[in-house]
Every structure is written in C-alpha cells, then in structure tokens.
Design a protein around this ligand. Structure first.
Ligand SMILES: NC(=O)c1ccc[n+]([C@@H]2O[C@H](COP(=O)([O-])OP(=O)(O)OC[C@H]3O[C@@H](n4cnc5c(N)ncnc54)[C@H](O)[C@@H]3O)[C@@H](O)[C@H]2O)c1
Ligand SMILES: O=c1ccn([C@@H]2O[C@H](COP(=O)(O)OP(=O)(O)O[C@H]3OC[C@](O)(CO)[C@H]3O)[C@@H](O)[C@H]2O)c(=O)[nH]1
Length: 388
C-alpha cells in the first residue's frame, strides 16, 4: 500500500476538490498533469479551451478519468461559476490575458481580464469561505529602483537596488500613455483587493508572482497552432524563428534582463502551496530562479546553440536581428529592465528551491518544440497560404 501523504508538518493531507480556472493554459496544463499523476485530488477544470489538456481528458480508460471534469466556460459571463467554486475546497485562478503584445494594443481587454473578470472569483471565494490561490505576476514590481540611477553609478551593482522583495520593493510603472503597464496595474489592484478581503473579511488567500516560467506547451507557434500574425511570449517567438530558420528578433537590442524558471520546478512550488495551507495562507510568493539570469540577447544566443544541438541543423548566416519596440509591439510599449526574485519568503514558508539550470530547461523544452512542430513548420513553409 502507498504511504499516506503528509504535509510539511507531518500532518496527513486529505484529498480535496480544486476548481482550477484557466486550467487549459500553459501553467494549468502542467498543474493538472501533476495533480492527476501524483495526488488523489479532484479537479474541476474551467477554461474556454482544452487543447493543452486533451491528453488528460480523452482516454476514458486512464485511472484518473473520474478525478478531472472539464467545464468549457468563459468566466466573464457564466452563471455556473459560483456553483463550481462552492463545490470545491480550493479555487486556483490562472485565467488572464498575459502576453505583452496585448497590453498596449488591447489595453481594455487586458484590464477587464486581469481585474474586472477576477472580481467575481474573489467575491465568491470570500462569501463562501473558500480558499483562493490567485496568479498575479512579477510585473507588479515594474521597473527596478536601480534603473533610475545614472548608468555609471556603482549603486547599480548593489542588490538592494534591483532584487525584488514581496514585502519591501515598490511597484514602479511608467506613465499612463505607456499602456504596457495596463496589465501590471490591473494585477496590482486585484492583489490589493484580495489582500483587503483577507484583512477585512477573513478570505484565506495565497498570491503567486511567477517570474518567467517557461517550458513545453507555452503559448503557440504563429501560423501552426495560433494566428499567423500573433505575437506570443519570448520563448515561443524565438522557437518560431528557430523552427523557420530565420533570425531571432531582439527588441531594442535585447538588453532587458530576465530570470527564467523551468515550469516543472515552479509547479513543485504550487503543489507545496496547495497542500500546506497553514504555511501558504495570507502569503504573497515570488516564484522564480534567481540563478538563471540572462539578457534577452544572451537568451537568443543560448537558444540558438541549444536548438542547433537538438535539431542537428546547421547555423544560419545572421542568427539575430535588432528591431525597435515600436516596430515589434507598436505604440505604448515599455519594458521591465531586470527581474531577480528574492526567495526568502518562499524558502522560509515552504522550503522550496528551483533546481533546473537555464541550459537544461532549454534543452528539454527545445527538444519538445522540435519534435512537436518541425514537420508542421516545414510543410507550412513549403505550401504557404496565398494572401487574398
Ligand atoms: N507563464 C508565466 O511565466 C507567467 C508569468 C507571470 C504571470 N503569470 C500568470 O499566470 C497565469 C497563467 O499564465 P499562463 O502562462 O498559463 O497563461 P495562458 O494564457 O497559457 O493561460 C491562461 C488560460 O486562461 C484562460 N482564460 C483566459 N480568460 C478566460 C476567461 N474569461 N474564462 C475562462 N478561461 C479564460 C485561457 O484560455 C488560457 O487557457 C496568468 O494569470 C498569468 O498572468 C504567468
Ligand atoms: O521576439 C521577441 C520577443 C520578446 N522579446 C523581449 O523579451 C523580453 C521578454 O518578453 P516576454 O517573455 O514576451 O514577456 P515579459 O517577460 O516582458 O512579460 C511577461 O512576464 C511575465 C508575464 O506576466 C506573463 O508571462 C508577462 O507579462 C522582453 O524584453 C521583450 O521585449 C524580444 O526581444 N524578442
């Protein structure tokens, strides 16, 4: 018989029902997989799409088929939402517009999706005394304090000017006409609302701030499983360029810095939050890998090297090309300069640490991208759809 599952304090973990909103997306698909394969918990999976979790839903014979139920619904307007939250012990809200290309071009949709549409979820959890794990973002920190110092200032090397701490760092956004910040601002306000529901009405909540989680099934490859003119997040943009053997586009010289964490490491952190409510409730957690920092240019160079290795293809003559942010994203784009998560709180509360190096996570992710898309891209390039 399998050993009983226990939490970090040695208490048995009781099987629970989880209402997961946005379960059909990148993070949702990995979380569903992990919950079904390694726990006895049940999932009410809510989303407009289910392509990324089809493998978990289709075969009736799989031993978890009675532990996941998919409900195709849009939380903007569906009266089933409150009933589903009431049926569950815990709600996890992942639903959002969260691709930067949308923030300045569809700011109203972005604000509605990240603030207005999340309001009923918070309200139903609060009114029905249900626990909520809400997905926010590292973008709530905006720009670092250090970015406002003169370029040559030695203080730029001082971590207190750039490491991002949940309980200490300010949230620094650009002006309103830089509509890039519509997303970060909406996420910040929903965080404040959830926090206030906790303080005034006793809502049991956890807020997650992901720092660039990447891995298989992230976003789409334009023209293959998403719109030809669509602009996904950087992993999928660069994967698309590599698959098509075209130069990787570096926005404004690729000088911005990011830390990337492997989705499978990050999901371990979410599992600890799910199964340790006493340690996770009332907390805001950075979840990232401070050791995997690169400039976007370095990311492009590393992805190129890894892709050549896993695909066996020869290099192209010009592996990267510079583009302006106006050309790439349009008017109103702005950027976070640097994102290093402070890990003190998640370490103290949950003992979590990321494990996978950037090279290793790119190797497994690009192997997946090559296996999944190379043939389809080759065929699409051989038979381009004529423009009307
Ligand atoms: N991936 C990251 O690194 C990252 C970083 C920061 C924040 N986040 C946050 O994590 C969450 C999940 O991100 P992801 O990367 O999985 O994105 P994703 O776009 O792959 O997943 C979001 C899912 O929500 C669904 N959804 C959106 N609006 C909906 C609605 N009105 N009704 C029902 N379903 C709806 C989408 O169909 C999609 O499947 C988001 O809230 C995002 O802001 C992610
Ligand atoms: O072809 C490209 C695409 C992007 N860039 C630059 O890469 C940086 C990262 O871009 P991206 O991963 O698309 O998004 P961000 O990190 O800026 O924002 C995300 O962070 C977390 C999240 O909240 C959800 O995932 C989202 O807002 C950036 O500097 C781009 O300009 C590029 O050079 N070439």
């Amino acid at each position: 018989m399998a050993a009983a599952r226990v939490d970090l304090d040695g208490r048995p973990i009781r099987p629970m029902t989880i209402c997961m909103i946005g379960a059909g997306g990148f993070i949702g698909s990995h979380l569903c997989e992990k919950l079904l394969m390694e726990t006895p918990h049940k999932i009410l999976a809510l989303d407009v799409y289910n392509d990324k979790i089809k493998h978990l839903l289709e075969p009736d014979s799989l031993h978890w088929s009675d532990r996941i139920q998919f409900h195709r619904l849009n939380i903007k307007h569906d009266s089933r939402l409150e009933g589903l939250i009431r049926m569950a012990d815990l709600t996890i809200n992942l639903a959002a517009i969260c691709t930067p290309a949308d923030y300045n071009t569809r700011p109203l949709d972005t604000i509605y999706s990240n603030f207005i549409d999340a309001l009923p979820v918070v309200k139903y959890c609060s009114e029905n005394n249900k626990r909520l794990i809400h997905f926010s973002t590292c973008e709530v920190y905006g720009k670092t304090i250090g970015s406002f110092l003169p370029k040559e200032s030695p203080l730029r090397q001082d971590p207190s000017y750039y490491v991002l701490k949940e309980d200490d760092s300010p949230c620094i956004f650009g002006p309103i006409e830089k509509q890039r910040w519509s997303y970060a601002c909406a996420k910040q306000l929903i965080e404040r609302l959830i926090y206030a529901e906790g303080a005034e009405n006793g809502l049991e909540f956890t807020i997650v701030r992901p720092f660039n989680w990447i891995g298989p099934r992230m976003d789409f490859i334009p023209g293959i499983d998403g719109p030809s003119e669509g602009v996904p997040r950087v992993l999928a943009c660069f994967s698309n360029n590599l698959l098509r053997r075209e130069p990787l586009k570096l926005v404004d010289g690729g000088q911005s810095q990011r830390t990337f964490v492997y989705i499978k490491d990050a999901i371990e952190a979410v599992m600890l939050m799910i199964e340790n409510p006493a340690r996770a409730n009332g907390q805001i957690f950075n979840v990232g890998n401070p050791h995997n920092e690169v400039t976007v240019r370095q990311l492009a160079e590393m992805m190129t090297e890894v892709y050549l290795k896993v695909s066996g293809e020869p290099p192209i003559e010009s592996p990267t090309i510079d583009v302006s942010s106006k050309e790439f994203y349009g008017e109103g784009y702005d950027d976070s300069d640097k994102r290093i998560p402070d890990m003190t709180i998640i370490n103290r509360q949950l003992g979590w640490n990321p494990k996978t190096s950037l090279w290793d996570l790119l190797e497994s992710t690009l192997t997946y991208q090559h296996r999944t898309y190379a043939d389809a891209v080759r065929k699409a390039m051989a038979n381009p759809i004529p423009s009307s």
